[in-house]
Design a protein around this ligand. Structure first.
Ligand SMILES: Cc1ncc(COP(=O)(O)O)c(C=O)c1O
Length: 403
C-alpha cells in the first residue's frame, strides 16, 4: 500500500509541466531503441573546457572537498566580481555577491526572500517557464505580459507600464531571451528604464544566463549597467551553465544590494548550505581563464543557427527568423495547425505538433504553450552540423506528410 502525501497549499498551483511529460516520453522512446534527436533541452553539446575540468580535478586532489562558505568561496566571489567589471563595467563589493547552485537557485532565493502573498512579478512572454512556478512557490503571482513577434518578441515600454500595479514587486528582464533568442540592445533597455524610473518601488530581476551566447560580439547588455540609478534595486543574475557549457556543474551567482544578498544567503544557509566546492574551483578557472572560448563557440553556434533557420524555413507550415542570442529558434507553426497526420489525427496545437514530431519523426522539440506563446515550437541548435542536417530533413518530411 502506498500512502498519499498531504501536500502544502503552496503546491496547489504547481504541477509537472506538460513539457516534462513529453521529455519523459522521449526518454522512453530512446530506451526502446528509437534514435530521438534532442532539440528540446537547455543543454549545449560542447564539452566543458579542459582547463576547467583540470582545475576541478586539482581542487579535489587538494582536498577542497569540504563545505565552503555558504555565500561561496572568496576565490569565486572575487572571480565573479572581476567578470562583472570586465563584461559589464559593474562594480560590486564582495558582500553584494552570492554564489548559488545554478542561476535557478539565485532567482528562487531572491523571490523567496522578497515576495508576500499577492505580490506580483511581471514576466514577459515568451518566457523560461520556471519563472512562473518560482514566483508561485514563493507565494507571489506572476503577471505575464505578451511580447509581440512584430516587436522582435521584446517587451514594449507601454505594455510594461500597463502591467504595473501597486502590488508589482519585480520585473524579470532576461537578456538574451530564452526561448525567443531576442537580444535587447542598450536602446531597447533604455525604454524599459524610462518606465522603471517612474516606479521606484519596483525591482529588476536581470537574468543574463545566456549573456555570452550572442552573435554580435559584446556580451548582452544588462540593466544595472545601462542605468546606475536602477542598480540599487536590481539583482544581476547569471551563471556558468551556458557560457562555459557547465550545465551540470550547477554554478550561478547574483549581485545586488547587500541587504537582499544577505537574505538570499540566509535562505541558502538553511536549504543547500552553498554550492559544490569542486564546481566552485572549476568556475574560478572558467571566469579567470582565457575567454576566447566564448567567442569561438558563439561563432560555431551562429553558423549552426544560420543553417537551421534555412532548413526550418524550407518546411511547409513553419517559419522563423534568426535569433540574435541563445541557442534556440522559435519557429512559428501556425501553418501546420488544423492539418491531419497520416493516421487521421488533427494537429490542433503546438503541443500536438511537438507530440507528432516526437512520435512520428523522432524529433524532440519544446511546445510554445509551455513558454507562453502559441502556436510556436522551440528548437535547439546546440547540436553538431550533421545532426542539424538530419533533424532538418526529418522536420521537412514530417511537415510534408501532414495533409
Ligand atoms: C532564462 C534562463 N534562466 C535561468 C536558467 C537556469 O540556468 P542554471 O540554473 O543552469 O544556471 C535557464 C536554464 O535553462 C534559463 O534558460
Amino acid at each position: 500500500m502506498t500512502a498519499t502525501p498531504i501536500l502544502s497549499p503552496r503546491m496547489s498551483g504547481i504541477k509537472a509541466s506538460p513539457a516534462s511529460v513529453l521529455r519523459r516520453r522521449a526518454r522512453e522512446l530512446r530506451a526502446a531503441g528509437r534514435d530521438i534527436i534532442e532539440l528540446s533541452s537547455g543543454n549545449l553539446d560542447f564539452p566543458t573546457p579542459d582547463h576547467v575540468i583540470a582545475a576541478a580535478h586539482a581542487a579535489a586532489l587538494r582536498s577542497e572537498t569540504r563545505y565552503t562558505d555558504v555565500d561561496g568561496t572568496p576565490e569565486l566571489k572575487r572571480a565573479v566580481q572581476a567578470a562583472l567589471l570586465r563584461d559589464h563595467r559593474l562594480d560590486y563589493r564582495l558582500d553584494e555577491i552570492v554564489i548559488t547552485n545554478g542561476s535557478t537557485q539565485a532567482l528562487f532565493n531572491a523571490l523567496l526572500a522578497t515576495l508576500a502573498p499577492g505580490d506580483e512579478v511581471i514576466v514577459p512572454a515568451p518566457y523560461w517557464a520556471p519563472y512562473l512556478d518560482q514566483v508561485r512557490l514563493a507565494g507571489g503571482t506572476p503577471v505575464v505580459v505578451p511580447c509581440a513577434q512584430n516587436n522582435g518578441f521584446k517587451l514594449r515600454a507601454e505594455d510594461l507600464q500597463a502591467a504595473i500595479s501597486p502590488r508589482t514587486r519585480w520585473v524579470v528582464v532576461n537578456n538574451p531571451v530564452n526561448p525567443s533568442g531576442a537580444l535587447y540592445s542598450r536602446e531597447d533597455l533604455s525604454e524599459i528604464v524610462t518606465v522603471l524610473l517612474r516606479h521606484p518601488d519596483i525591482w529588476v530581476l536581470a537574468d543574463g544566463v545566456y549573456e555570452h551566447i550572442v552573435f554580435g560580439g559584446a556580451p548582452a547588455p544588462t540593466l544595472a549597467d545601462i542605468e546606475p540609478r536602477l542598480k540599487p534595486r536590481t539583482l544581476t543574475v547569471s551563471g556558468l551553465a551556458k557560457s562555459y557549457a557547465m550545465m551540470g556543474w550547477r554554478i550561478g551567482y547574483a549581485a545586488g544590494p547587500s541587504a537582499l544578498i544577505s537574505a538570499m544567503i540566509a535562505i541558502q544557509s538553511e536549504t543547500t548550505s552553498g554550492a559544490s566546492s569542486i564546481s566552485q574551483a572549476a568556475a574560478v578557472a572558467a571566469l579567470d581563464g582565457a575567454q576566447d572560448v566564448l567567442l569561438a563557440r558563439a561563432a560555431i553556434l551562429r553558423a549552426r543557427r544560420d543553417r537551421f533557420v534555412e532548413l526550418v524555413n524550407e518546411c511547409a507550415g513553419l517559419s522563423c527568423t534568426p535569433p540574435e542570442g541563445t541557442f534556440y529558434l522559435l519557429a512559428g507553426c501556425a501553418g501546420v495547425i488544423g492539418k491531419r497526420t497520416a493516421d487521421g489525427k488533427v494537429i490542433a496545437s503546438d503541443r500536438d505538433f511537438a507530440t507528432y514530431l516526437l512520435e512520428k519523426a523522432d524529433l524532440a522539440v519544446f511546445p510554445g504553450e509551455d513558454l507562453g506563446l502559441s502556436p510556436y515550437v522551440r528548437i535547439s541548435f546546440a547540436n553538431p552540423s550533421s545532426i542539424i542536417e538530419e533533424a532538418g530533413m526529418r522536420l521537412k518530411r514530417a511537415c510534408e506528410a501532414l495533409q
